[in-house]
Design a protein around this ligand. Structure first.
Ligand code: 6PG
Length: 245
């Protein structure tokens, strides 16, 4: 029996609304802490449904000067930014508009471009320009917001996809698969070098994937969210009781 070995801190809350409140509070504190030390902050947003309420709450967090925060994305679908599937679209509707984040601080992944690999390479150059690298030469984003798919993916690193092993690039294109559009995603090194990672997971459907992530034994190729077991910074799992088991 391998048992649980959770990489980081587990915060179990009652329900989705509590998860959103807890996440927005902790993310706001992380950003405020960086700003309070006199430098710009950076945040990278995942898409999906879970973080939307947290983003809407974060938009109204007190004391954050959003003109000093660079907003990046963890991943993006290969759709127009106005598309209902676009991670940017939902971040705009919740956080960007709510907090009036200046356009100059919003660094969207142009995943709608036909040449997705070129767009990913350009996003990587922008990431290196905007986010200070750590001692390993990897841009260390201050706050990264992640989810976990029911299949154990995170960002757009999916089970069975070899890109979970990529270490020589920070942003890659992900080909379309059955019932899934092509994507652009940050790679494991960027996620692992973030100062603070906040993982949001809500609902019983997440429990099997979380157990595979938290198990001592497991395979990152089968459960890519296990890459967080190698995180350098803090990892905070904000999950409701249904997901935590
Ligand atoms: C995406 C996200 C993805 C998401 C998980 C969980 O583009 O879909 O970045 O990694 O975090 O799929 O999604 P839910 O929060 O909707 O369960």
């Amino acid at each position: 029996m391998s048992g649980r070995s959770i990489p980081g801190t587990l915060v179990t809350v009652a329900d989705a609304a509590s998860a959103a409140a807890e996440a927005s509070s902790r993310i706001a504190a992380a950003i405020s802490d960086v700003l309070g030390r006199g430098r710009r902050a950076s945040i990278a947003l995942s898409g999906g449904n879970t973080p939307r309420d947290a983003y809407a709450r974060l938009a109204h967090a007190a004391g954050i000067d959003w003109s000093r925060v660079d907003v990046l994305w963890v991943d993006e679908r290969a759709v127009m930014p106005s598309d209902d599937r676009s991670n940017y679209r939902w971040a705009k509707a919740t956080l960007l508009d709510g907090a009036r984040v200046p356009d100059a601080c919003v660094h969207r992944m142009a995943a709608e471009r036909p040449d997705l690999a070129a767009a990913a390479a350009e996003y990587e150059q922008g990431l290196r320009r905007r986010v200070m690298a750590d001692a390993d030469g990897i841009p260390a984003i201050d706050a990264v917001v992640l989810g976990v798919g029911d299949d154990g993916h995170t960002a757009s690193l999916f089970p069975g996809d070899p890109r979970v092993d990529v270490t020589n690039r920070l942003v890659v294109a992900v080909a379309a698969a059955a019932a899934r559009e092509a994507r652009m995603t940050l790679t494991a090194p960027v996620l692992q070098h973030a100062h603070d990672v906040f993982v949001l997971a809500v609902g019983a459907a997440k429990r099997p994937a979380l157990e595979r992530v938290w198990s001592r034994e497991g395979d990152v190729h089968a459960t890519p969210a296990r890459l967080l077991r190698e995180a350098r910074g803090t990892v905070t799992w904000i999950v409701d009781r249904a997901a935590a088991g």
